[in-house]
Design a protein. Structure first.
Length: 268
């Protein structure tokens, strides 16, 4: 797998959300919106809508491996974004495929759905810490995911910093914890990397159409990194994209609706 110098090819390795709000479908929309070319490996078929997850059907590890190998031998891949990796075997297989490639890797540790459905088992979390995080250019947990990975209960910026430090010790080059300041008028993200700590705060967009924001943010960052931006340049651009995609969202479904991945901001 090598980096493309033309239209960057971004591989997403994640679950399929048939409602189109999250998972590989959200990733493909985001990657396309940023002018990159999306290829996808499906790790799990989920049965869900905008209201809840009903069931998941995880793919066999060999099927996941075959998808990765078929795409890797044909495309010059610039960056990889991972999402739902439901089992330890799938995590380890993904890590084996990515290891020693030197590719940009954005790890979105999808552990639980917004409706409270567990999307991976405990073995997968352990494998994520040991096998995949050491390969990550950046890992992008939300507050709940960062709490679960680090074992630290996050309730303010100090505990967010401690949790980021614990995750950084697992081997990732950088950690971006998203979704701080819950219940306030602001959305705060905390970045920790070799350069130190950085806090990024923007006004929160109040909307029920926020399904898939984590997937979308991670995919946007992968695209921007593949296009040559530094992480500190990519983060505010990705956040502006998310905010506009929420503002421009249409009320699809009866629950927590999807973003509008082709909203006005990117077309300016």
């Amino acid at each position: 797998m090598t980096r493309s110098s033309a239209q960057p090819v971004i591989m997403t390795i994640a679950g399929l959300d048939p409602s189109g709000g999250a998972g590989v479908l959200a990733d493909i929309k985001t990657i396309s919106a940023f002018g990159c070319y999306a290829i996808a490996v499906v790790t799990s078929l989920t049965i869900q809508n905008t209201q809840r997850v009903f069931q998941i059907d995880n793919q066999d590890t060999e099927i996941v491996r075959s998808q990765i190998e078929a795409l890797a031998e044909d495309f010059e891949i610039a960056a990889i974004k991972t999402g739902m990796l439901p089992t330890a075997e799938i995590v380890r297989e993904t890590a084996r495929a990515i290891d020693k490639t030197n590719l940009i890797l954005v790890v979105d540790p999808v552990l639980i759905s917004s409706s409270g459905f567990n999307l991976c088992d405990e073995g997968a979390i352990d494998a994520l810490k040991v096998s995949l995080l050491p390969l990550a250019t950046v890992v992008t947990p939300n507050v709940a995911e960062a709490t679960r990975l680090s074992g630290i209960d996050i309730h303010d910026e100090a505990t967010m910093r401690r949790a980021a430090g614990e995750i950084l010790k697992m081997g990732a080059k950088s950690v971006l914890i998203t979704g701080g300041d819950a219940g306030t008028g602001y959305s705060t993200d905390f970045l920790l990397d070799a350069e130190g700590a950085s806090t990024h705060r923007i006004e929160r967009v109040v909307s029920p159409n926020t399904h898939g924001t984590g997937c979308t943010l991670a995919s946007a960052i992968a695209c921007l990194l593949a296009q040559g931006h530094s992480l500190r340049e990519a983060l505010p651009l990705a956040k502006l994209y998310i905010a506009d995609a929420i503002r421009g969202a249409h009320p699809h479904g009866r629950g927590n609706g999807p973003l509008n991945h082709f909203s006005r901001w990117f077309q300016k």
